[in-house]
Design a protein. Sequence first.
Length: 610
Amino acid sequence: MAEVHETRNLTGTDVRQQTAPRLEVDDPDRRVDPITQQVISGSLVNICDEMGHKLTRMSYSSIIRESEDFGCALLDEQGRQLCETDSTPLQMGPIPAYVEGVIEVFDERGEVFRPGDVVLHNDPYYGASHAPDFGIVVPIFHGGELTGFSVTTAHHLDVGADKPGTCIIDTIDAYSESIRLDALKIVDDGVRNEAAWQLIADNIRVPDMVMGDIEAQISAARVGVDRMHELFEEYGHDTVKLAGQAMMNYSEERLRREIERLPDGTYSAEGHIDGFLDSPDPNERDVFLAVDLEVDGSEIRVDLSRCDGQIDNRPINMPFKGTVIPAVLLVIRSTLLDTEEHELVPQNNGITRPVSVHAPKGTIVNPRFPAPTIARFCPGNRIADLTLKALAEVVPEKTCAGIGNLKVSTFSGVTEDDEYWVYMDISSGSYGGRPAKDGLDAVDTLYANTRNNPIEDIESHYPLRVSRYELREDSEGAGRNRGGIGTIREMEFVTPARVSIEGDGNKYPPWGFDGGRDGTTGRIILDPGTDGERRLTSKLENRSMDVGQRLRLVGPCGGGWGDPTERDPEKVRADVLDGLVGVERAREVYGVALTDDLEVDEEETRRLRG
């Protein structure tokens, strides 16, 4: 559960009056047999997966269709998550907070849920991850009483901010970074609220795409409602509800069991993110983050009190419930319940019970309204990275070295027909080396998990050309197991356009572990190889680009694990053959000598390694 300085009720009075009577799984007369429980649990997950497939196939934008930047989940009437689909953790993790926020707003307004309602919500101060991630909440009724929620979330490519797209690194407050949609009924009691739809469409630069994606989210959420009704019909409403509670208890017990195996104590990690490196304000240039993780019996308490204060007029503040808590929970859950060692443990409300997160109000990890938060991705992923680093002190065999953070870019322009086009690109990062394996190359890291957008899709839909896309060379974090390798992605502009970039890792490299070397920082280079070549900072604000100009995005490389001179010489040779490590670097860093025909010179290698 989340610990905050200012707390609010989880469930409003009006909502509680509508909900079905609570069923207690601990009542021996109400328990569900284990086989039925597992079948229902599997059915719930299948429902979420079907919702995800529906959303992917119906969406208009590449960020959903190709990158799968969305989440789907089913919750009970109390807002407790039952299950989720397999997509982006940062989209799925905040879904209970979305529902909590909607319930809270309804309570403040005196509104109630009705069958046929569709609620749109994107307020990061009421549970949303950030403003571009729209949540669609559809209530599920049974016998006239509220019994659950079917929810989808997805990233939208324009949300009516003061600049095009959703990579905005210079804006003053929450009002300027998006159109604010607080628990808005866009379908009320089965009747479409046309005025609300028109208002949203009129304030978005690419309405056909965004409104089409909203329709896709609604269709996917309605699939969840329909399938839940079918499940109630097949097994009985009470049986399904009791099975859901039992699975929450099961997930909680499994995580507590793993936490109890850890030695009690406090484990800490700290570091910086790239702030606004060209800012004249020293408080904005380098942002300090720290994680203090306390293990106490079967519980973990995460304290973020040492993090820097919020930055009032810069949007890299992180919503506490919508970004910070999911980042911490993801790392703890995936580290301690790794599916390589454990059978799949359902991701539901039970996972959240053994872990509490504390962050004082007014810090960058729990800002006060109306501080802007739209560019919270890179800082939040760094919180996840530092949580991993803290865990490396106590369970190094289950962790990895520092990750190479991602870059998020928005490219936009206006066509000859005076219509906006907007494209969002997520440049892959890299994982650090692991105890028994190298780090993963060119992947989205930690709570991102979005997919690569193919070159063919980019060039067929937008006036952009991908002139270069490859792995870096001689840049890995050296180690017994090397860090993952970042990408080089070069975009060329076919028409005049603008670009904004939210990036990190251009100043602070990913951390090495157990004698492994730090990784390599990233770069952003304008017009590489020309007289106008310039190296830019990691954040770029709505910069105009001419036809033929190019922008090279270079991703960081993950940190290394273990002493590089202990790396298997054949692995070093393989990296040389793959063009990832040069012959000289193999000799100087790894102590591996290669012959002219690129075979390992064993005698010289033994001499170099001393």
